[in-house]
Ligand binder design. Structure first.
Ligand SMILES: NC(=O)c1ccc[n+]([C@@H]2O[C@H](COP(=O)([O-])OP(=O)(O)OC[C@H]3O[C@@H](n4cnc5c(N)ncnc54)[C@H](O)[C@@H]3O)[C@@H](O)[C@H]2O)c1
Length: 372
């Protein structure tokens, strides 16, 4: 069976879904691997590196592929060039790609969506949401340090003592914890807030103070955050306002699965920050945690610079690709038996991330979107 590693076509996407190391693993499992020329270049991998790992690299590898690996959802014309019954593995935000889902279904092809891999222990090595969030969190802290017109660490010099920068992180999941750890390593004093009960301990374990707002935790299924009601949101913003005003850097990462990002910080709250303060909104693409932030842009609000994240993991394509490729390879190998990739829908992980298979839409919420 032939696995194809496609060159990403979405502008700004610099990641690749397989790196030479994961190609070797697929080849060892008895699969043939074809890589589109130049696919790995933006992430630092040359065609010859893929060849050395056992891949065939040439134009036209897409034709007749049995498994298509990608980061973004593949263009429909690429899907049509695959073999009958082929399997596609990529991120696939279904609500934005219903036409593509129909294409997969009607062509009898299997679409596996990396963001739907269940977050259970056995699937940790396939958890692309976590691997990419970790990269975003690091990048968010580095962007803030670079944009802030002052140093992060405390410095005691003959000319006097320079106090450390104060960083506030809102949302302490995978991205938030990595942002905290990175800001701490750079010497900032960090405080963080999250609505999950477990967050206080997690925040302290990476060296930050937990900002206790004395509000009840907001947890839903699987220990994830629930959406805030309007009254809770208003109260939370009111209690957070003095902490935001006091911060030199605000990094927001809050998200609720399947919903738009919660609005945690209003324009008025940002306007109260000191001139030169920096806000990094890593949730900007999901609607934003900060009022007025725009994905991929830097805007001024009051005296603060507000950086809206867009394609953030793609800004560090080497490690983002390495981790994503490992997540993808684990999922492909889970579905590989005797050098054949065949999704076993009795497996909880495969069933969880399977959007279409054998002419049917298997993912309930997607079926509802298509029918509704
Ligand atoms: N395999 C696993 O078991 C597994 C895998 C990944 C993550 N997790 C855990 O799940 C949790 C969250 O993961 P994530 O980073 O993907 O979450 P996420 O990206 O969905 O959300 C980021 C953070 O925002 C927080 N948040 C949501 N609404 C908020 C609000 N109104 N105010 C403040 N914060 C708010 C969430 O609680 C979360 O911590 C973490 O504890 C993580 O360790 C478990």
């Amino acid at each position: 069976m032939k696995v194809i590693v496609a060159r990403e076509v979405v502008e700004g996407e610099r990641r690749v879904a397989a790196v030479p190391e994961t190609v070797s693993r697929l080849v060892e499992a008895g699969l043939k691997v074809g890589v589109e020329p130049g696919a790995g270049l933006p992430a630092g991998h040359r065609d010859e590196d893929y060849r050395a790992a056992g891949a065939e690299v040439e134009a036209g590898v897409l034709d007749g592929g049995d498994v298509l690996l990608g980061v973004r959802p593949p263009p429909a014309e690429r899907v049509r060039r695959l073999a009958e019954g082929a399997v596609s593995v990529s991120f696939l935000p279904v609500a934005e790609h219903l036409e593509l889902v129909r294409e997969f279904r009607d062509g009898g092809r299997t679409a596996l969506a990396m963001e739907l891999v269940p977050r259970i222990s056995r699937a940790q090595s396939m958890d692309a949401l976590s691997s990419q969030a970790m990269i975003s969190g690091y990048r968010g802290a580095v962007v803030a340090a670079e944009r802030l017109p002052r140093m992060f660490p405390l410095a005691m010099t003959a000319a006097g003592t320079v106090p450390p920068a104060r960083v506030l992180v809102l949302g302490a999941g995978v991205a938030g914890l990595q942002a905290i750890a990175t800001a701490r390593r750079l010497g900032a004093v960090v405080g963080a807030y999250d609505v999950r009960a477990a967050a206080a301990e997690e925040v302290r374990s990476v060296g930050a103070d937990f900002v206790d707002l004395d509000l009840p935790p907001l947890e839903g299924a699987g220990g994830y955050a629930r959406e805030m009601g309007e009254e809770r949101a208003r109260l939370q913003r009111e209690l957070l306002a003095p902490h935001v005003a006091d911060a030199d850097v605000l990094i927001t990462t809050a998200a609720v699965p399947g919903r738009a990002a919660p609005l945690l910080v209003t324009r008025a709250m940002v306007e109260r920050m000191r001139p030169g303060s920096v806000v990094v909104d890593l949730a900007a693409e999901q609607g934003g945690n900060v009022e007025g932030s725009r994905p991929g842009e830097e805007v001024e609000i009051g005296g603060a610079l507000v950086w809206g994240g867009r394609d953030v993991p793609s800004q560090l394509p080497a490690q983002a690709s390495r981790l994503y490729a490992a997540n993808v390879a684990e999922l492909v190998l889970l579905t590989t038996r005797e050098a054949r990739v065949f999704p076993d829908l009795d497996d909880e992980i495969v069933a969880g991330c399977c959007v279409t298979h054998a002419g049917e839409v298997r993912h309930g919420p997607t079926r509802e979107l298509l029918e509704g």
